[in-house]
Design a binder for this molecule. Structure first.
Ligand SMILES: Cc1cc2nc3c(=O)[nH]c(=O)nc-3n(C[C@H](O)[C@H](O)[C@H](O)COP(=O)(O)O)c2cc1C
Ligand code: SF4
Length: 445
């Protein structure tokens, strides 16, 4: 069993009042920012590249490489920005909120390092609107950092000015997509932008902007404390560091855990340190490995490692680390209907395949679950999904942003891997699993 020997992000979460500036500094906080401020900005980016740090927001894009797309000041004299993505709305994902609550200064120290490397004098942290407590803790930490002279006109006493602001979202999942987030920060409706140009070149207010996830940036102080090589060695393949993953569903001990990327899904579900297996008599039927948009896996596919590239042969993805486990009693049609309803509601409506297709798929799945399905429905369902985003492979979406794919991939993978369950519903003209105590459709019964 691969239990993590060394904690990176969660290392100090249980040490004193780590969420306060005083507690954080007692645990060695802000020493790495001090160190980074003595380095050349390009050398910081090189160190991040060497560390193998990859974005924890979902796509696993190499962080140092993303930073290097920001044009030099000679080529583009506009101010540059860092935007932190703390929107965390992907169903099944609950990790960034715990960083904000337990270690807000770890994020703020990472922001100092990143902004200095990028030459960004302003950082916006875009936080999910529902984050009442995490946002309050973060606000307090920002105020503490200003009062201690860490942020403001002189970043830790240097001549580099850095201002950091928290901006609260208003509950739209789409505002976690990086260009919708920028639109929302500009005070507009959160509609994703066509790419290219990418935000690193044309981002916030038309200026070069790097958008990074909370966990990504919170990893930076550790990289500068222990070195890029140490961080790279902690990981596996081309991915450095550890990951925070959230396990929910049919396991005995759901929760958010920091794991080595060498850990397999099976270990995460069954290990005593993590999910602790399923209740007696139950077995795994299916597992969504990386937030609800990640194609579903069967019980035979659980030996995959929790590393970004490891999911490619399975045509799925590590995504945002939201692992959802379904046991042998689960109705896969009902589960898919729940997922499809989410994406239908959260589509921003800009592109026709997504705006029309997501609710269409949700209606067909509901019809099948309610016993009104016809044999032709399954082909229609897959055809609609294919028109939004062909699968496999991942990444061929026909829409402006990846929400289209996020809604289409679960449909294709559920139907491909559990087709018999869909056919049984249609043949028997009812859900073979019957109603749950709260009705077939929960509050919508
Ligand atoms: C519909 C949609 C929702 C997203 N929601 C989030 C989110 O809540 N948090 C996040 O960090 N990234 C989210 N992303 C990914 C971001 O667009 C972006 O890739 C990420 O913030 C980049 O940070 P990283 O390189 O550090 O991973 C979302 C993407 C899509 C398409
Ligand atoms: S894919 Fe969907 S959510 Fe994304 S821009 Fe198009 S309509 Fe909006």
């Amino acid at each position: 069993m691969s239990v993590l020997a060394e904690k990176v992000i969660t290392r100090d979460w249980h040490k004193g009042a780590n969420h306060t500036l005083d507690g954080y500094q007692k645990n060695g906080g802000y020493e790495q920012l001090k160190k980074a401020l003595t380095m050349a900005p390009a050398a910081i980016t090189d160190e991040v590249k060497k560390s193998g740090l990859r974005g924890r927001g979902g796509a696993g894009f190499p962080t140092g490489l993303k930073w290097s797309f920001v044009p030099s000041l000679e080529k583009n004299t506009k101010p540059r920005y860092l935007a932190i993505n703390a929107d965390e709305s992907e169903p099944g994902t609950a990790k960034d909120r715990f960083i904000l609550e337990n270690d807000p200064h770890l994020l703020l120290e990472g922001i100092g390092i990143a902004c200095f490397a990028l030459g960004a004098h302003t950082c916006y942290i875009y936080a999910r609107g529902e984050f009442k407590h995490p946002s309050a803790v973060l606000d307090k930490a920002i105020a503490e950092a200003y009062a201690a002279g860490i942020f403001g006109k002189k970043l830790m006493g240097t001549d580099f000015e850095l201002n950091v602001y928290q901006v609260r979202g208003a509950g739209a999942y789409i505002c976690g997509e990086e260009t919708a987030l920028l639109e929302s920060l500009e005070g507009k409706k959160g509609w994703p932008r066509l790419k290219p140009p990418f935000p690193a070149v044309v981002g916030l207010f038309g200026s070069p902007t790097v958008v990074n996830n909370v966990e990504t940036i919170a990893s930076l102080p550790r990289i500068f404390e222990k070195g890029a090589e140490w961080f790279m060695k902690l990981g596996t393949g081309k991915s450095g560091g550890t990951r925070l993953v959230t396990v929910s569903g049919a396991v005995l001990r759901p929760g958010t855990y920091e794991v080595s990327m060498d850990t397999s899904l099976r270990e995460l579900i069954y290990d005593k340190a993590y999910g602790q297996g399923l209740p007696e008599g139950r077995t795994v039927k299916a597992c969504i490995p990386g937030g609800s948009s990640a194609p579903v896996l069967t019980a035979d596919e659980l030996d995959v490692k929790l590393e970004f590239d490891a999911f490619k042969p399975l045509q799925s993805m590590a995504g945002s680390g939201g692992v959802m486990v379904m046991d042998d009693t689960a109705c896969m049609v009902r589960c898919l209907w729940r997922v499809a309803r989410f994406y239908a509601e959260e589509s921003c409506g800009q592109c026709t395949p997504c705006r029309e297709g997501q609710p269409w798929m949700a209606r067909i799945i509901r019809k099948i679950e309610e016993g009104r399905g016809e044999p032709a429905d399954l082909d229609t369902l897959v055809n609609v999904a294919q028109a939004i985003a062909p699968w496999p492979p991942i990444g061929l979406g026909n829409t402006i942003c990846a929400l289209g794919d996020a809604g289409a991939l679960p449909v294709q993978s559920f139907v491909q891997k559990f087709r018999k369950e869909f056919e049984d519903h249609i043949a028997q003209k009812r859900c073979p699993h019957g109603e749950t105590p709260w009705g077939v459709f929960g509050e919508f019964k």
